[in-house]
Structures are given as structure tokens and as C-alpha cells.
Design a protein around this ligand. Structure first.
Ligand code: SAM
Ligand code: SF4
Ligand code: SF4
Length: 348
């Protein structure tokens, strides 16, 4: 056993900037039951938009096989995302399969929460370790606007309660903050979840994909939010960030828990980025802002051996130079990259 683990460690590839492969984000479903304008704006993702056919999506067996290979190369944490992952039938079965892979230490899920109440207990029973629920505002009208017209706030809140009841704790909430849209409602979110064990994390609005009309004017820098929250409920930084952790964490001075900030625009963290991404149709991407990826489904379906697939993944990682967020302003000025992959497809 010890020898096996040592062998695995020796096999861990590093990219061109010395970063190991540690996390795998798997988009299990390209479709979504929301149309958040910052992610899948309705004008593009309309009723005639061609999503993948089910035969084009990786099957659970294929996802498990690919995950095993990533684990051999160093992955320890897996996150299921989308699109909306809970639209994928029998997702809990996949969770069960992934948690039983030797070497996988953590299986997490990011969801918009609409279908969570009905699935929380089953996900927990199948070994899901952690869950993140996206929730942009407690104001019903703003929530509906930011989900693209879906008035599902109450269902999402029920989903969060069900996740708490199922013991999927500590639950994290992801809140994308956009200036002039929901930035005046962040204190309500903090107030609601302070002292409940649920950790709210504010995400700077990012220029993912090509279709969300991103502009820097809409980004609220984390330090600005922090100052506003601190003025109301004093906080202090939590030390002990591990490599690859995306959120800057703060604890309330009065002991009522934590909040977090994901500052990918104003304080990028590419230097520690150990995340690989797998799209629903089996394309492997080395960055959220990639314009191209490496197809794994093709070789997999035409009978490639594990060794051949391992070599493909290893060599792709070893050639990785991505650090889009650190280079954002200069790249955007040069209008590069011309075409990025959309977030719903690659997974957030
Ligand atoms: N549908 C699920 C959900 O919303 O939680 C999972 C997929 S979603 C793409 C993953 C995360 O990406 C969500 O928390 C969402 O808020 C975030 N996200 C999407 N577009 C974003 C953007 N332009 N900037 C920052 N975060 C974004
Ligand atoms: Fe769907 Fe999540 Fe994107 Fe919103 S952020 S459109 S819920 S995939
Ligand atoms: Fe990682 Fe790319 Fe994001 Fe940088 S921009 S943190 S390399 S996913």
C-alpha cells in the first residue's frame, strides 16, 4: 500500500509553472434550469440552442474511468458541476462511484439548489462530502432577474435547509456580485447565514465565456465588500490557506462563523491553480478561460488503453502554462483569447 502511494506520488506531473494536478472539476450536464445572464444569457441559450445529446455526454462509467486516471496523476479532490448537475439523472450513483475510488479524498457538488431538497439525503447517503449552493440574493425580484427569470428563491432556500438537515455541512453559498444589480443586497445574505454554520462566499463577476457582456464596471472588488461587511460585523482573516484554495477566508470577531471572497479579477490566484476541468462531452481543459482542450472521449471510445490515456493527460498537464486571470488586463487589451469556452459547458 505504502509503495503504491509512493509510486503514485512519483507519477505526479507538474505543469510548466511547477503546479501539480490536484483537483478535477467535472461538468456532468451542459443544460441548466436557469439562465443566469452572467453565465447562460437567454438570447444565446434559447429554446433552439443545441445542447449535447445524451450519447454525446460522457457516461458515468466513462467519467469514473477518466477520474481514476486523473487520480493516478495526483488528483485528490473532485467537484461535480455543470450546467446544472442535478439535472443529470441518478447523479447520486455517480457520487457513490467516485467516492469509492481509492485516492479520492473529497467529492463535492456545486448546484443552483432548485432540485436539492429532493436529492440532498440521497447524495449524503452516497458519500458526498461537501456542497456549494449558488444564491445571488435574498431579494426575490433580484434573485429572479439574476437567474434569468426563474422565481425559485424559496425552493433554493428549501434546498439549503434540506442539505443542512442531511448533514452535508459545512455548506457554502456562492454569490456572484454585480455592481448595480445585487451589490446592495450582500449584507442581507451575511445577516441571514451568520451563526448558522453556512459559509457565504462572494465571487467577483468574471469574464468567462464570450457572451455575458462583461465589463470591469460591473465588478465589485472584494476589498470593497469586505470593508462594508467589516463595518457592520467586524471580521479578521483566517490563516492557513492551503495550496489551491480559491477563497480568502474571514471569521467574525464575535464567533458567528466565516465568510469568504473569491477575487479572481482583483487578486488572481493562478500561481496556485491546480485545477483540471472535464467538459460534459469529455474534453479536458487546463484553465477556466481556455480556448481549446484535449478530447478524451474520442480515444476512450475507440479503445485507447489506460496507459495511452494517462500519457495524453500527463503530457497535456506538463505543457500547461495557463494564467489567464493574472494576465487578464493585458490579454483583454490585445483581444485575446479570441474565443473562450463557456462556463456552463466547462463547469465553474
Ligand atoms: N449550475 C450550478 C450553479 O450555478 O451552482 C453549477 C455550475 S455554475 C457555472 C458554477 C458557479 O459559477 C456558480 O456558483 C456561478 O455563480 C458561477 N459563475 C457563473 N458565471 C460566472 C461569472 N461570469 N462570474 C463569476 N462566477 C460565475
Ligand atoms: Fe445555470 Fe449555474 Fe450558469 Fe446559473 S450559473 S446559468 S445556474 S450553470
Ligand atoms: Fe486557474 Fe486559469 Fe483561473 Fe488562473 S485563470 S486560476 S489558471 S483556471
Amino acid at each position: 500500500m505504502t509503495a503504491k502511494i509512493t509510486d503514485l506520488q512519483q507519477a505526479r506531473p507538474r505543469d510548466m509553472l511547477g503546479r501539480p494536478l490536484h483537483d478535477l472539476r467535472i461538468s456532468v450536464m451542459d443544460r441548466c434550469n436557469f439562465r443566469c445572464p452572467y453565465c447562460m444569457p437567454r438570447e444565446t441559450f434559447h429554446e433552439h440552442y443545441r445542447f449535447l445529446r445524451s450519447s454525446e455526454r460522457l457516461s458515468f462509467d466513462e467519467i469514473v474511468r477518466i477520474t481514476r486516471l486523473f487520480v493516478q496523476l495526483g488528483v485528490r479532490k473532485v467537484r461535480l458541476t455543470g450546467g446544472e448537475p442535478l439535472l443529470r439523472a441518478n447523479l447520486a450513483e455517480l457520487v457513490g462511484d467516485l467516492t469509492s475510488i481509492e485516492g479520492v479524498e473529497d467529492v463535492a457538488l456545486t448546484t443552483n439548489g432548485v432540485l436539492l431538497a429532493q436529492h440532498a439525503a440521497e447524495l449524503k447517503a452516497n458519500g458526498l462530502h461537501r456542497i456549494t449552493v449558488s444564491l445571488d440574493s435574498l431579494d426575490a425580484a433580484i434573485f429572479t432577474q439574476m437567474s434569468g427569470g426563474f422565481a425559485e428563491l424559496e425552493r433554493v432556500l428549501e434546498g439549503i435547509s434540506a442539505a443542512v438537515a442531511a448533514g452535508l455541512t459545512p455548506i457554502k453559498i456562492n454569490t456572484v456580485v454585480q455592481r448595480g444589480i445585487n451589490d446592495h443586497t450582500v449584507l442581507d445574505l451575511v445577516e441571514r447565514f451568520r451563526g448558522t454554520g453556512v459559509i457565504v462566499r462572494f465571487i467577483e463577476y468574471m469574464d468567462v465565456g464570450n457572451r455575458n457582456h462583461w465589463s470591469m464596471d460591473r465588478v465589485v472588488p472584494s476589498r470593497e465588500l469586505l470593508a462594508r461587511i467589516h463595518a457592520r460585523w467586524p471580521v479578521h482573516p483566517v490563516q492557513g490557506r492551503y495550496r489551491g484554495e480559491v477563497a480568502e477566508r474571514y471569521a467574525f470577531d464575535d464567533g458567528a462563523g466565516e465568510i469568504g471572497f473569491i477575487s479572481s479579477v482583483t487578486n488572481p490566484f493562478c500561481g496556485d491553480c491546480t485545477r483540471a476541468r472535464l467538459s460534459s462531452e469529455g474534453v479536458f481543459y487546463t484553465c477556466l478561460f481556455a480556448s481549446t482542450g484535449v478530447d478524451l472521449r474520442g480515444p476512450l471510445r475507440s479503445g485507447a488503453s489506460d496507459e495511452a490515456l494517462l500519457e495524453l493527460i500527463r503530457s497535456t498537464w506538463q505543457q500547461r502554462t495557463d494564467r489567464y486571470s493574472e494576465l487578464r488586463s493585458s490579454l483583454r487589451n490585445n483581444e485575446y483569447p479570441l474565443k473562450k469556452i463557456e462556463m456552463y459547458y466547462i463547469g465553474g
